[in-house]
Design a protein around this ligand. Structure first.
Ligand code: NAP
Ligand code: G4F
Length: 330
């Protein structure tokens, strides 16, 4: 049976990827940080087949121990401090985890398999945030990177380090440049989930309104379940490479709001949304729209969930979740 190690197992993508790999018959290990990670129970309930090993991307010896324990054929590096807004106030730790953590993962792999650089196939979770102040529309694998946040800069470092280790040592190291992808498992700090949770609560009379920042930013939003399939496909290729993964459509936060409120039957929502400058950013990424032609033609990958369906499934999930909370509260 093939074996895989996933860092970032407690996150949105870690859970979807673990489900996918378990369904394909993999033995799956998850690298989880902390002596008492509050998400351990979630992982154990959602993907009970996963073997958890403790470790931290800032600690190379712990990654090496995880590789020795799991003996993987594939290592998916999904671990990161992933919240862009947080990265300005916490630039150093973001650089350590999201940037240097990739170097640690690559070096641990070299120590684990010094004579066979291709023994473990490596996936790096690169990001459309690297395009930042976009230099072409749409963005492809060839677009010049112009990151606009400490998070984006750290991702650029990890991206080029992955390419460098592939070229220097012949490692099977691929980088997926993933555009925003969402789901009911998305953290509530990100704008989509923040909106769908709030819309659900407003519709049930549990909340009066929602405070947001810039509603005009545009993102290329897909479904996380589709995107982990692309990660897996990259590692099944004979040659490692870099791929943009996107829906090739862009929508504003305002459009997301419009669809989310209409899902619960609220057409006039303007009085329910207030502007809070604390949710704006020192430098904004105004427009992201990908071109995933390369992935579609070479990996045979395509998104299966369109934008209205994505918004709808997230709102429906949050309405049900909030209803359960209401019932429990009596
Ligand atoms: P997420 O839900 O925020 O998950 C991040 C994961 O990283 C969590 O499991 C977290 O563990 C772990 N982590 C944080 N610090 C760590 C450390 N020092 N050592 C080891 N693990 C650590 O992110 P996601 O949405 O699943 O995204 C997965 C990856 O794809 C990330 O690298 C993200 O930057 C990248 N990405 C995401 C998107 C997107 O739209 N979702 C797009 C492009 C790229 P804890 O639970 O312990 O905090
Ligand atoms: O949902 P967001 O926080 O995601 P962002 O910054 O695009 O980053 C996500 O996608 C990246 C891929 O491009 C990943 F690499 C990264 O790890 C993460 O998953 O913000 C989206 C947009 C921004 O323009 C932000 O200014 O929403 C705008 N926004 C407006 N009001 C808000 C809010 N964002 C948040 N989080 N909260 C608000 O109240």
């Amino acid at each position: 049976m093939p074996r895989a190690l996933i860092s970032g197992i407690t996150g949105q993508d870690g859970l979807y990827l673990a489900e996918l790999l378990l369904a394909k018959g993999y033995v799956v290990y998850g690298l989880m940080r902390g002596q008492n990670n509050p998400k351990r129970e979630l992982v154990e309930q959602t993907v009970p087949g996963v073997h958890l090993v403790t470790g931290d991307l800032t600690d190379i010896s712990s990654i090496l121990r995880a590789l020795e324990a799991s003996q993987p054929d594939e290592f998916y590096n999904l671990g990161a401090i992933s919240f862009v807004a947080y990265s300005w106030e916490n630039a150093r730790i973001t650089s350590d985890v999201t940037g240097l953590g990739v170097l640690n993962a690559l070096e641990a792999l070299r120590l684990f398999s010094p004579t066979d650089p291709k023994r473990v196939r490596f996936y790096q979770a690169s990001s459309s945030e690297m395009f930042g102040k976009v230099q072409t529309v749409p963005q492809t694998e060839e677009t010049l990177l112009w990151p606009r946040s400490p998070y984006g800069v750290a991702k650029v470092y990890g991206h080029y380090m992955t390419i460098n280790y592939r070229e220097s040592y012949g490692m099977h190291a691929s980088s997926g440049i993933l555009f925003n992808h969402e789901s009911p498992r998305r953290g509530p700090e990100f704008v989509t989930r923040k909106i769908t949770q709030a819309v659900a609560r407003i519709s049930l009379g549990m909340q009066d309104g929602i405070m947001l920042g810039n509603l005009e930013a545009r993102r290329d939003w897909g479904f996380a379940g589709d995107y982990v399939e692309a990660m897996w496909r990259m590692l099944q290729m004979d040659e490692a490479d870099d791929y943009v993964i996107s829906t090739n459509e862009t929508h504003s936060i305002r459009e997301f709001l419009e669809l989310a409120f209409s899902e619960v039957g609220i057409d006039d929502w303007s009085h329910l949304v207030s502007f809070d400058p604390s949710f704006t950013r020192p430098a904004e990424v105004d427009l992201l729209i990908g071109d995933s032609t390369k992935a579609q033609s070479r990996l045979g990958w395509a998104p299966t969930v369109d934008f209205p369906t994505l918004v709808s499934l997230m709102v429906k999930h949050d309405v049900e979740e909030q209803e359960r909370l209401l019932v429990r509260a009596g």
